[in-house]
Design a protein around this ligand. Structure first.
Ligand SMILES: N[C@@H](CCC(=O)N[C@@H](CS)C(=O)NCC(=O)O)C(=O)O
Length: 225
């Protein structure tokens, strides 16, 4: 039996969604973030040394890292699902690209925005405040925000060419891309000025498997479009 070690409001929502799309039986073990630090509880370290979510176990195998988990589930159980087009096709190549892009390129600036945004409002001694805030603002305006903007422009342009990230059909690339785009809509300025991305968010949120995954996973603040 596949067990998903699922943290509330996290990337592991994507794994529940994939399992629902595949129609596989699985068990969810829920973990709650520390409300102050937002970090995962220490029990997750007992499943995997890094203590992050998602992690799955399947028989003797333990696997972390969303992209790797998605590849594993598709290779093991999803060969005929159509969610992973053959690698030698343009759809397959695009699917691989977005499966990697989501965590490798899209998430880092979004995470930096979150961290440097928190520095700007964090309590600290009054004499440090203007320096810390000034540095945070510079990093945000010179590096982080331009990166987010160019990535969002790029993704919007891609969706003007095809309805889903890999091509004409919904694939695992759309599942993997959900978290960065939901995070961008929540805290990084993705809005109606990028209509193709907003329409894509709306379409993924309408999928029955997405809705079933929400019921299984519990609180998930990112499911807004
Ligand atoms: N690149 C990893 C990132 C894993 C990750 O950072 N997960 C977050 C949840 S969105 C987490 O566990 N955060 C809690 C913590 O760092 O303690 C993946 O895609 O699986």
């Amino acid at each position: 039996m596949i067990v998903v070690h699922h943290l509330n409001n996290s990337r592991s929502q994507r794994i529940l969604w994939l399992l629902e799309e595949l129609g596989l039986p699985y068990e969810v073990k829920r973990y709650e973030r520390n409300p102050q630090t937002m970090l995962a509880p220490p029990e997750l370290n007992k499943v995997h040394p890094l203590g992050k979510s998602p992690v799955i176990t399947d028989g003797d195998a333990t696997m972390a890292e969303s992209g790797a988990i998605i590849e594993y589930l598709l290779a093991t159980y999803g060969a005929t699902s159509g969610l992973r087009p053959p690698i030698a096709t343009p759809e397959g190549q695009r699917c691989t690209y977005w499966l990697h892009f989501a965590e490798g390129s899209a998430m880092p600036p979004l995470l930096l925005k979150l961290i440097f945004g928190r520095i700007q409002t964090a309590p600290m001694p009054f004499f440090v405040k203007p320096i810390a805030r000034g540095i945070a603002q510079k990093v945000l305006t010179l590096m982080v925000e331009p990166n987010i903007k160019s990535q969002l422009d790029f993704m919007e342009a891609e969706l003007w060419q095809r309805p889903w990230f890999a091509g004409a059909d919904f694939t695992a690339a759309d599942i993997q891309m959900s978290f960065p785009l939901e995070a961008a809509a929540q805290r990084a300025g993705l809005d109606a000025s990028r209509p193709k991305l907003m329409d894509w968010l709306h379409r993924i949120h309408q999928r029955p498997a997405y809705k079933r995954a929400l019921e299984k996973g519990g609180p998930y603040d990112y499911a807004k479009d």
